[in-house]
Write a protein that binds this ligand. Structure first.
Ligand SMILES: Nc1nc2c(ncn2[C@@H]2O[C@H](COP(=O)(O)OP(=O)(O)O)[C@@H](O)[C@H]2O)c(=O)[nH]1
Ligand SMILES: [Mg+2]
Length: 457
């Protein structure tokens, strides 16, 4: 791990042209670096003598040259994001200006920050725990407001509090068991044993409650993949455009127009849904079309939801039947398109679910289709205020290990095995739960998590 003695710097805003860019500095030397390259209108006004949380106008200088006109914010430890001295310099948003200001601070003793290093310092200095640090990335990557609500609550500590509650409970039980190990001549009284078993059971239930949120947490963070399938010309591309609210896919009366697979994310009732418009799953066609078909097969195999589009104005074909069979076992929604035309389509008996009727030309029925998608992936209305703390894949892995260890512990206690064994398993469970918030995280794990952040965060 890198030394906290160093002062780090990075451009915190996206690269490219914009109104403003922000260069961020953090570390014990942040104010000294600012003193060395910032000149206020009154030369003796130095960042290091400024009051905390104040903003100052001036120029950034490098080798006697004015680099840019800026506003510089002084924030002294510990009331900062990293709990270190922090300086933020707002400069002009061009690529050259931001880069030149960064060069100036690097020349005067700061070092370029690694991805996620500011957040990592916030974690190492105890400002955030690991679950909260991960939430910082979730906030940045949130693709719907709902995802943002969940990320912000995790950042505020909602999940962390649940985890401490769970961990405290397990630690109390562990302390009890260890007390009995210290006095081996006394057997555990039957009612004490019952109490311990009850506590461990509570712990398991608590873990299960959190583990149940993994799927919804994954959907909110990563989105759900929904493939739009059906034979050529039924209106798949038209439907995609309706769901996205803009023209993305080429719509054409010529079958086989969509040669490549199109993927785009839409916000469906707060859920990020990645729609995949497939090139059709037929065999035949020229080399380019075959490649398109190969990709379609791939993305359909990875999709978690199928939207099977049927043309309501035509009778069912063998190809339609093949699609019906093929996706019978998958989570699917049947869409009867072209309801503006005289209807010919009749579905065989026993086909579920009931199709959603739409007209992809006018958009009629598309709102009902969005509801159907939400119901299929979420199960019920989504209200931000009802959302529980939601775990991510890493938390899920840690909690699963904690669950296995706790179950082993319960069995050992029931079967009267030695208390050392019971305690050993319980310690494993406590540590695994602690990983979620980083109480027991290895350096490798920390590096892996923070390296996924962007530079400047
Ligand atoms: N009347 C009518 N025509 C539609 C409807 N949806 C699509 N079409 C037309 O059907 C043709 C094929 O549509 P397209 O979206 O390219 O189908 P795809 O091959 O399944 O992607 C185009 O001429 C569309 O304008 C609809 O709801 N009603
Ligand atoms: Mg198409």
């Amino acid at each position: 791990m890198r030394s906290l003695e160093e002062t780090i710097a990075a451009i915190a805003t996206p690269l490219g042209e914009g109104g403003l860019a922000v260069i961020r500095l953090s570390g014990p030397g942040a104010l000294a670096v600012a003193d060395a390259c910032f000149v206020a209108p009154r030369k003796r006004d130095k960042p290091s003598s400024a009051a905390t949380h104040t903003v100052h106008y001036g120029r950034i200088m490098l080798q006697g040259r004015v680099v840019d006109e800026v506003l510089l914010t002084v924030m002294r430890a510990p009331r900062t994001f990293t709990r270190e001295d922090v300086v933020e310099i707002s400069c002009h948003g061009g690529m050259v200006a931001a880069k030149a200001v960064l060069d100036a601070v690097l020349t005067h003793g700061a070092r370029l920050a690694e991805p996620g290093e500011f957040t990592q310092r916030a974690f190492l200095n105890g400002r955030l725990d690991l679950a909260q640090a991960e939430a910082v990335a979730d906030v940045i990557h949130a693709r719907t407001e709902l995802a943002l609500v969940v990320a912000n609550e995790q950042l505020a500590g909602k999940l962390s509090r649940r985890i401490s509650e769970l961990r405290d409970g397990l630690m109390t039980t562990l302390a009890h068991i260890e007390a009995h190990i210290d006095f081996p001549e006394e057997d555990i009284a039957p009612d004490t044993r019952e109490a311990l078993l009850g506590r461990l059971d509570d712990g398991l239930r608590f873990m299960d409650e959190l583990l149940r949120t993994a799927d919804e947490g994954r959907i909110l963070r990563r989105g759900i993949r929904a493939a739009i399938v059906g034979r050529p010309n039924v209106g798949k591309s038209s439907l995609l455009n309706q769901l996205l609210g803009h023209e993305r896919a080429i719509v054409s009366p010529v079958p086989g127009t969509t040669r490549d697979t199109i993927e785009e994310t839409a916000n469906i009732r707060g859920l990020p849904v990645v729609f995949i418009d497939t090139a059709g799953l037929r065999d035949a066609g020229d080399a380019i079309e075959q490649e398109g078909i190969r990709r379609s097969h791939e993305s359909v195999a990875r999709a978690e939801l199928i939207l099977h589009v049927l043309d309501g104005s035509e009778t069912l074909t063998d190809e339609d039947r093949r699609y019906l069979d093929r996706f019978a076992g998958k989570k699917r929604i049947l869409v009867r398109n072209k309801v503006d035309q005289p209807q010919q389509l009749e579905l065989p008996d026993g086909i579920t679910p009931k199709p959603v009727a739409v007209c992809a030309l006018s958009g009629q029925g598309v709102e009902a289709l969005k509801d159907a998608i939400r119901d299929m992936v979420w199960g019920g209305e989504i209200r931000a205020e009802m959302l529980p703390a939601m775990i991510n894949a890493r938390h899920q892995d840690a909690l699963r290990r904690a669950r296995v260890a706790t179950e082993r512990c319960l069995t050992a206690l029931r079967e009267n095995l030695t208390l050392e064994l019971v305690a050993a398993d319980l310690r494993i469970a406590v540590n695994a739960v602690g990983e979620v918030v980083g109480q027991t995280a290895t350096e490798d794990l920390l590096d892996r998590i923070f390296s996924q952040f962007c530079i400047g965060k």
